[in-house]
Ligand binder design. Structure first.
Ligand code: NAD
Length: 249
């Protein structure tokens, strides 16, 4: 458990899965939250659940690819809570699930807009604020798909490899200013995103997991909190597998 009382965290894709679990974990550790998602209804439910449990959370609905939304979200953190200390840039979609020659330009652009541009927009505006404060910790969500290739998901894997390149370069830009930027690479995690995968393909994927099961969103949230905490003060620019051994096998 961590003590983030007096600190402020921003989470994108906070209405579901790992984003929602991380928002709850940050709130339980005392952080005030700015929560962003394009699913306004579910986002407000998560925000209300956190505030009714005694936490502090404000919500902002929109598309993470929109740079104005990123600027506005950081602005809300400052207006409501006076600072921004931590961020988890997590919103993502699976996109086209087919062999690469069958992918379309529209499908590629759609997954790239969320998974890569949508990390870039938030990372940029979080860093502008954290530079003013001279401190901060940011975790970007990549995937096992950022470390290895798998058939039938080339666009997704391209964006997740991109998140790692973005993370490493940005980390070096701000490391000397007391700001840490890292990425996590979750493996197969039990969230609604898995609903987009064919049941047979999911069964085979699960059978191929070294730990013999999917991860739980809370098991990823705890790693995000650790990376944002002073316990990870030397961790800079890494792409950390959180995958029960998948990329090791
Ligand atoms: P999820 O579908 O449960 O949650 C994703 C959230 O992102 C949703 O609430 C959705 O509304 C939001 N979102 C999607 N596009 C958005 C946009 N343009 N703007 C704002 N919000 C948007 O999925 P999850 O599994 O919790 O995924 C979270 C992250 O983890 C994603 O980046 C995903 O690629 C990554 N990931 C997931 C797995 C897995 O097995 N579930 C594995 C590796 C990486």
């Amino acid at each position: 458990t961590y003590d983030f009382n007096g600190q402020v965290a921003l989470v994108t894709g906070a209405a579901s899965g790992m984003g929602a679990a991380t928002a709850r974990a940050f709130a339980e550790a005392g952080a005030a939250l700015v929560l962003v998602d394009r699913d306004e209804t579910r986002l407000e439910e998560i925000g209300r659940a956190i505030t009714s449990a005694g936490g502090k959370a404000i919500t902002l609905a929109g598309d993470v690819a929109d740079e104005d939304l990123a600027k506005a979200a950081v602005g809300r953190a400052i207006a409501e809570f006076g600072r921004l200390d931590m961020a988890y840039n997590n919103a993502g979609i699976l996109g086209p699930m087919c062999p690469m020659p069958e992918e379309t330009g529209e499908g590629y652009d759609a997954v790239n807009a969320v998974n890569l541009r949508g990390v870039w927009t938030f990372l940029k505006h979080e860093l502008i604020q954290m530079r003013k404060q001279g401190a901060g910790a940011i975790v970007n969500c990549s995937s096992l798909g950022g470390l290895v290739g798998l058939p039938g998901r080339a666009a997704y894997h391209a964006t997740k490899h991109g998140v790692i390149g973005l993370t490493k370069s940005a980390a070096l830009d701000v490391a000397a200013e007391g700001i840490r930027v890292n990425a996590i690479c979750p493996g197969c995690i039990d969230t609604p995103m898995g609903d987009g995968i064919e049941p047979e393909a999911m069964k085979a994927f699960l059978a191929d997991q070294p730990i013999g099961r999917a991860g739980r969103p809370e098991e990823v949230a705890s790693v995000v909190l650790w990376l944002c905490s002073p316990a990870a003060s030397l961790i800079v620019g890494v792409a950390l597998p959180v995958d029960g051994g998948f990329v090791a096998h």
